[in-house]
Design a binder for this molecule. Structure first.
Ligand SMILES: [Zn+2]
Ligand SMILES: [Zn+2]
Length: 395
């Protein structure tokens, strides 16, 4: 899954990522067209092909502007600079197949924090979202503000996702859904239904979002001859149990376990436990401590929890803000859950109020009073590889 730049016409460069043409860059390094054309023969080493090699027919349908002069070296430098804005270094062999799985991916369980923010806007923290890569499976858990931008920062586009998992339907956890479903649709060369797993209410949320987008969907279909059907979603609603078998992931070795969490009056809400290669990761979302969270976290290598810091929240003279203490885990409560469950690493996310470099130590100190394991104050794009633990066990 390596992006390449291909010269297609004198003075233009086509930016190709994941076998999909994403942009045509002209000789002023400006994007002059975008497309979603499948490229049959992507060079997988990030190299730039010369003009002759570019006539492979790979980038049909994209109509770059005609140029009278061949590109200068300066043009190429500018175009490549523009290209690199799209691309990040990434491991090879991670293209998703027709089944939505990334065959040949690294055989490990990895968690990346896409967004560690909360409803309060923050310049360096996107809204709540977590990426879990488990061998060939790519799961986005929640899709808060700016999560697609952070997904690009993690080296992925929405077309590479196997599924979206939702812990609950609070707006800060789902507000990028319209962007996700639309962008995946327009970037996919063919039909690519988005699998969505969430609590009851998810189907209605998906349907109403698509209804909200009806005008936009109609305009895009009218404009693009190769776009003939609207975006589609395959929704599974669940509050307790296992979803990997019904979604066809059993052959991947991944188990996805769901349990109810406690976030009333938001109800029902769920958390996820992902088991792969003997390791387990729990991504719990917004919740007070409860039996469901204990089941999800039992013996997990990594426990990702939305957290608020009670002393800081109480110091803010806002009743509305202090209300959040009712239905989130505090630093101390999350750490107590981590200790009870015997997890390896507690990763705090969705932090209110957002800590900075100095105050983050208070959050860690709170947690260490209850939990002797590893504690992390999460930052956007932090990544962790989960390794098996001696006490890891299923729920
Ligand atoms: Zn919430
Ligand atoms: Zn939230």
């Amino acid at each position: 899954m390596v992006g390449v730049a291909v010269v297609v016409e004198p003075g233009t460069v086509v930016v190709v990522v994941d076998e999909v043409v994403v942009a045509v860059v002209d000789d002023s390094a400006a994007v002059v067209a975008t497309g979603s054309v499948v490229v049959d023969d992507v060079v997988d080493d990030g190299s730039v092909l010369g003009a002759s090699a570019a006539s492979s027919g790979a980038m049909v349908d994209v109509q770059p502007a005609q140029r009278r002069h061949p590109p200068s070296s300066g043009t190429m430098d500018r175009a490549l600079t523009a290209t690199r804005r799209y691309l990040r270094p990434r491991p090879k062999g991670r293209r998703p197949g027709q089944d939505g799985l990334v065959h040949g991916a690294e055989d490990r369980l990895e968690v990346t924090l896409l967004g560690t923010g909360s409803p309060l806007p923050h310049s360096e923290r996107a809204g709540p979202s977590t990426l879990v890569r488990a061998g060939p499976v790519r799961l986005m858990i929640d899709c808060g503000r700016g999560s697609l931008m952070r997904l690009a920062g993690a080296g992925m586009f929405p077309t590479s996702l196997t599924a979206l998992l939702l812990t609950h339907l609070h707006s800060d956890h789902v507000c990028d859904f319209n962007d996700l479903v639309t962008t995946r649709w327009v970037m996919s060369p063919g039909e690519s239904p988005l699998i969505v797993v969430g609590p009851p209410g998810t189907r209605r949320f998906v349907d109403t979002t698509l209804a909200m987008l009806a005008d936009d969907i109609g305009w895009r279909i009218a404009h693009h001859d190769d776009l003939t059907s609207p975006p589609s979603c395959q929704v599974t609603e669940i509050v307790d149990g296992e979803v990997d078998a019904q979604l066809g992931w059993s052959g991947t070795g991944l188990r996805v376990l769901v349990a109810p969490t406690s976030h009333r009056p938001v109800h029902p809400t769920i958390g996820f436990r992902l088991e792969y290669g003997g390791a387990a990761v729990a991504v719990v979302g917004d919740s007070r401590p409860c039996g469901g969270v204990d089941r999800l976290t039992a013996g997990a290598s990594i426990y990702v929890q939305s957290v608020v810091r009670e002393a800081d929240v109480r110091a803010i003279p806002s009743t509305r803000l202090q209300d959040i203490l009712d239905y989130h885990s505090t630093t101390s409560q999350a750490a107590a859950t981590a200790a009870r469950a015997g997890v390896g690493t507690l990763v705090m996310t969705h932090m209110v109020p957002a800590p900075d470099a100095a105050s983050g130590q208070f959050w860690i100190d709170d947690a260490r009073a209850e939990f002797t394991g590893h504690v992390v104050v999460g930052a956007d794009l932090d990544s962790f590889v989960a390794t098996p633990r001696p006490r890891a066990r299923g729920t």
